[in-house]
Design a protein around this ligand. Structure first.
Ligand SMILES: NC(=O)c1ccc[n+]([C@@H]2O[C@H](COP(=O)([O-])OP(=O)(O)OC[C@H]3O[C@@H](n4cnc5c(N)ncnc54)[C@H](O)[C@@H]3O)[C@@H](O)[C@H]2O)c1
Length: 415
């Protein structure tokens, strides 16, 4: 098969490599010429995809900025961004642009699959009419399906092959074609009856996480007032062998999906005169969590007789989660902005993020700053960091990730 992948980012590149490694020819289209040149030279832009895997594909992977190359593909998978616009409403411009370019070269018999996360109805109501500007009819002349991506940056215990793939088609034949396509790279393909069901499946998965994270974050705020160790409570509740799933509190929600996707659902719900209160409440609690963390930092400093103003604050980890360098929507950025506003001198250490342009800072060495900082806040618990050393050498540690559990020390405050 010849497979076209539109958008070679966190989702598209691993997919392109998976199709290439399964023996298919892959045309990788991206609008970013620098990214395309780097990939063509065998370099990878994604931490989870080692450059050797890209280079090993040779001619089987052809990165390009020329959308006309899609005309020769049997299937085209769209993996472009779906961010939020200024008023926090869905911004579908990338899907619209990708669809418009594709419609100019679409030909009979092709399968098009949308993978970008979006609200139910996008494939049928937005993408289909754009593709039909080609003069071809969806479901008759070409096939159209939706399949949500389940990539989880940094995860090593699951691969594209071992993660079941959900697929919904415009018609039964559209779905069957998509099942055949993903059968090349996935052991299990899960069929649902419509593109809308597949779109909502992705949002349910993400909203489920958002709501549960909000629940433990709210309990973290309460347990501070009640002086109960929430980590101990979560450990105890996790011993229940059924009906409980472990979620941990933290400094807030980050990444490309969780802070964004609930707004896609809330937007579409309003069109149906419905308010997704549960979803929005979870979003509100999670958005406020970094501010709660800043207040905890102020209070911890206060306990040792220091104001935030003029104190040296070191953030340990700024990526949105452990083991990756992804800064998108990272709560550390919000914490950092508030800490600076309050007059602290800020530095950070993150082995995965050498520089943070938004903060105008580079990662400082632990040797230099650990002993000098008035407060060290563990925001992201990267596995490379020796937390025993952090507790030993720092004056005051605020642990938002629970990684210092088991270390008894008077200078540690946990969320
Ligand atoms: N990152 C994740 O962990 C993750 C997980 C599941 C789902 N998703 C969803 O997948 C989609 C893609 O996310 P991502 O993280 O891969 O984004 P990304 O920003 O990493 O990559 C998107 C790529 O698309 C390119 N692009 C934009 N417009 C284009 C166009 N018209 N034609 C060709 N290329 C174009 C960009 O240059 C970029 O390289 C989003 O809808 C996202 O919600 C992401």
């Amino acid at each position: 098969m010849r497979v076209g992948i539109v958008g070679l980012g966190y989702v598209g590149l691993p997919l392109a490599v998976a199709f290439g490694e399964a023996g298919n020819e892959v045309i990788g289209l991206d609008t970013d010429p620098r990214l395309v040149s780097a990939l063509a030279a065998g370099r990878s832009s994604i931490e989870d995809v080692p450059a050797e895997r890209v280079a090993a594909l040779g001619d089987a992977f052809q990165p390009t900025t020329d959308h006309e190359r899609l005309a020769r593909c049997d299937a085209v998978v769209i993996c472009v961004p779906t961010p939020l616009a200024n008023q926090r409403e869905p911004d579908l411009t990338y899907i619209v642009d990708a669809g418009s370019s594709l419609s100019r070269v679409l030909r009979e018999g092709q399968l098009v699959v949308l993978e970008s996360t979006t609200y139910p109805g996008t494939t049928r109501e937005r993408l289909l009419p754009i593709l039909e500007e080609s003069g071809l009819a969806g479901g008759r002349d070409f096939h159209l399906a939706y399949s949500p991506e389940r990539i989880d940056p940094g995860r090593v215990d699951r691969t594209i092959r071992t993660t079941p793939k959900v697929v919904g088609g415009l018609t039964d034949r559209c779905r069957e074609r998509a099942v055949e396509l993903y059968g090349e790279i996935c052991d299990e393909v899960v069929e649902v009856s419509t593109t809308e069901a597949a779109e909502l499946t992705k949002l349910l998965e993400n909203v489920f996480r958002s709501v549960n994270i909000a629940l433990v974050n709210e309990l973290a705020q309460l347990s501070e007032r009640m002086d109960i160790d929430l980590w101990e409570v979560i450990d105890a509740a996790s011993t229940k062998p059924f009906g409980f799933m472990r979620f941990e509190p933290g400094p807030g929600m980050g990444g490309h999906c969780l802070p964004v996707d609930p707004f896609y659902l809330a937007f579409k719900a309003r069109e149906h005169d419905f308010y997704t209160e549960f979803v929005e409440l979870a979003g509100k609690i999670n958005q406020n969590q970094p501010l709660f963390c800043v207040r905890r930092m102020e209070r911890a400093l206060n306990e040792v007789g220091k104001p935030m103003k003029g104190s040296r604050v070191l953030l340990l980890g700024v990526a949105y989660k452990a083991g990756v360098g992804d800064l998108r929507e990272a709560p550390a950025l919000k914490i950092a902005r508030h800490v600076v506003e309050l007059g602290a001198t800020l530095s950070y250490h993150d082995p995965h993020c050498p520089e943070v342009a938004e903060l105008g800072l580079s990662s400082t060495s632990l040797d230099e700053e650990l002993g000098a900082a008035d407060l060290v806040a563990i925001v992201t618990a990267h596995p490379e960091v020796d937390y025993e050393r952090v507790v030993r050498d720092a004056a005051l540690v605020l642990d938002f990730r629970g990684v210092t559990r088991g270390i008894e020390a008077a200078n540690v405050v946990r969320l």
